[in-house]
Design a protein around this ligand. Structure first.
Ligand SMILES: [Zn+2]
Length: 205
């Protein structure tokens, strides 16, 4: 905790002053352009990897960057999607998966889930192993299967996103664009999803 309180002081002393005008403006205005749905994984930091300033991203982070389908009941993810799209009027939604995702690894291996009932229940919203693009990968090394499932899962969550009424309505008005990304922790690179081709390709540097 000492690191965090030291960080708070350093932020106030060093990072805040150069952005004082921005924060003064943001105190009265909240118009983010993008809803970013990422994994809770501490290594994937939306503002850092997109080099975004405060006020630019409306962020939802869940284990495995999962989006439960609508209707989901009293659901924090559904509420955040509804608010970001329906009220804030974001123009873009990003669903971002990442390399070495613990949630996707758990889906592939099933290891430890019997002791984690809440995790197991949540992961039912993930892409199924049956969604892996190539059924032949069943015998592949776990890392390869996880990498394939990370990608299949992003595509699945984009489809789930479309079941939310605020998203469907904004898509109908052509006021919203959906994006699927996979971030690689080791290299800092991102692959983007091409829905028409149903494939991921590296974002050119
Ligand atoms: Zn993850």
């Amino acid at each position: 905790m000492q690191e965090l309180t030291d960080g708070l002081r350093r932020f106030r002393r060093e990072a805040f002053p150069p952005r004082a005008a921005l924060f003064a403006d943001l105190a009265a205005r909240h118009r983010p352009g993008t809803l970013f749905i990422g994994c809770s994984d501490s290594r994937v930091v939306p503002e850092l990897i997109t080099q975004s300033e405060p006020g630019e991203l409306f962020v939802v982070r869940t284990a495995g960057n999962l989006v439960p389908p609508h209707p989901a009941g009293a659901d924090a993810v559904a509420a955040s999607i509804e608010y970001a799209v329906g009220v804030l009027g974001v123009s873009d939604v990003v669903v971002c998966g990442h390399s070495g995702c613990g949630a996707m690894t758990a889906l592939v291996t099933g290891d430890g889930l019997d002791r984690l009932p809440s995790v197991a229940a949540w992961l039912r919203h993930g892409a199924g192993v049956a969604d892996e693009p190539d059924p032949g990968v069943a015998d592949a090394p776990v890392e390869h299967r996880v990498a394939a499932l990370v990608r299949a899962n992003v595509a699945t969550q984009l489809a789930r996103l479309r079941t939310h009424p605020a998203v469907a309505e904004a898509l109908d008005r052509q006021a919203l664009t959906l994006h699927g990304w996979v971030y690689d922790i080791a290299s800092g690179t991102v692959e983007t999803y091409d829905r028409d081709a149903d494939r991921f390709a590296a974002l050119p540097c």
